[in-house]
Design a protein around this ligand. Structure first.
Ligand code: TRP
Length: 368
């Protein structure tokens, strides 16, 4: 019998078994759609974004020249690290393709579910998240960044109307044990995802939601609500799913485990020091590694190359093969990664410094 698995969007586990996710939940592989995508960035080419629901409908809409939008949210519950950067890289790709972007800052969710004080949530949202969006190159045009607690009346009306479209036991089947804060957070997220379909917000029929696989429960709930809230004639939102970066010790990369994540505002020497201590796919001895080769699939440093540091596919492949053949050892590999990281971070932090004074051009902070 198939062992039951339930995704927990509020859990803290690393999701390892992506293939089972596809089988059990009906998430489809993205790879077959790649040839239809315009200039897919490395994250798509390399399978970091691995799955989807209804993404083919987004591609159809693009081919017909229709207007398209994207929604994805960030929970400002800590500092901004390289796992978050990967999502912003996708946002910038879509923005260049002409998508309208809606980016909720999930301060209501962080407050209710993670129990983080308001002032800290707001500070993280502005000085960590939005500042990094700007420094990474998100354009101010065609983007709506908002706090979940500080948006438009019509958005809140959706949350209230959606509450009638789902029962407690259906929600428990999706999420497991619930509490009121989580119910509100889930319905709020449904409003985040569906509100751009209202004429008032642009009337976008084709919406894609790029998220980590842990967010799929919210996607399933939202798609059900879209069908049931018949007065609106909503289209079901499409979604894509990305793998998470693992932490430097092979566990989950999370701001609550700062020694195993690299933050975009870490002092450069500290970032390099963390990277140099990272778990690699190396063998216990140099002799063995020369003989058997390393295992890049298990290497946190290789992951940095793949997600962030080596944009060129051929160079990445050469690092991969030289490691597998035992030609490239971890020491040399780490030195190279450190060099690239140092250069990238130094330049980014110059931009970040300037970006911090510009956040209020992008978003209006709540007054309490
Ligand atoms: N729940 C998401 C998280 O934990 C944040 C989020 C809020 C979100 N609203 C959203 C994600 C809408 C996608 C779409 O990070």
């Amino acid at each position: 019998m198939d062992e039951e698995i339930r995704l927990d969007p509020w859990g803290h586990i690393a999701i390892k078994d992506y293939e089972r996710l596809q089988k059990v939940f009906g998430i489809k592989p993205l790879r077959p759609l790649l040839p239809r995508m315009r200039d897919p960035i490395h994250l798509f080419r390399r399978g970091v974004v691995f799955g989807h629901r209804d993404y083919d409908k987004i591609l159809d809409a693009l081919e017909r020249g229709e207007r398209v939008a994207l929604v994805t949210g960030f929970m400002p519950s800590g500092r901004f690290h390289f796992g978050h950067k990967m999502i912003v890289d996708q946002l910038i790709y879509y923005q260049k393709l002409g998508f309208e972007l809606f980016i909720p800052l999930a301060d209501a969710e962080a407050y209710a579910v993670r129990r983080i004080p308001r002032e800290r949530v707001i500070d993280y949202a502005l000085n960590q998240y939005v500042a990094n969006f700007i420094a990474l190159g998100l354009d101010k045009k065609r983007v709506h960044i908002y706090f979940q607690t500080n948006y438009d009346t019509k958005y809140y009306r959706l949350i209230q109307m959606f509450s009638r479209r789902i029962t407690m036991s259906e929600m428990e089947a999706i999420y497991g044990e619930l509490e009121p804060g989580k119910v509100v957070a889930a319905l709020t997220q449904a409003a985040d995802i569906l509100h751009p379909q209202l004429d008032y917000f642009g009337g976008y029929r084709y919406i894609v939601v790029p998220v980590g696989a842990d967010q799929d429960p919210h996607i399933r709930l939202t798609r059900d609500i879209a069908d049931r809230a018949t007065e609106f004639k909503f289209e079901r939102p499409a979604s894509t799913y990305h793998r998470f970066m693992t932490g430097l010790d092979g566990g989950k990369m999370s701001s609550s485990r700062p020694e195993f994540a690299i933050f975009l505002d870490d002092p450069v020497e500290e970032a390099v020091r963390k990277l140099k201590r990272a778990l690699t796919g190396g063998r216990p001895t140099v002799e063995e590694q020369r003989r058997l080769g390393g295992i890049p699939e298990r290497c946190a440093v290789y992951e940095f190359f793949l997600y962030h540091l080596v944009p060129d596919d051929e160079e990445l492949l050469s690092i991969y093969t030289r490691c597998r053949r035992g030609e490239l050892l971890c020491g040399e590999d780490k030195d190279y990664a450190a060099q690239l990281l140092e250069k990238w971070l130094t330049e980014h932090q110059r931009r970040l410094e300037k970006a911090r004074s510009r956040v209020e051009e992008y978003v209006e902070p709540p007054d309490f």
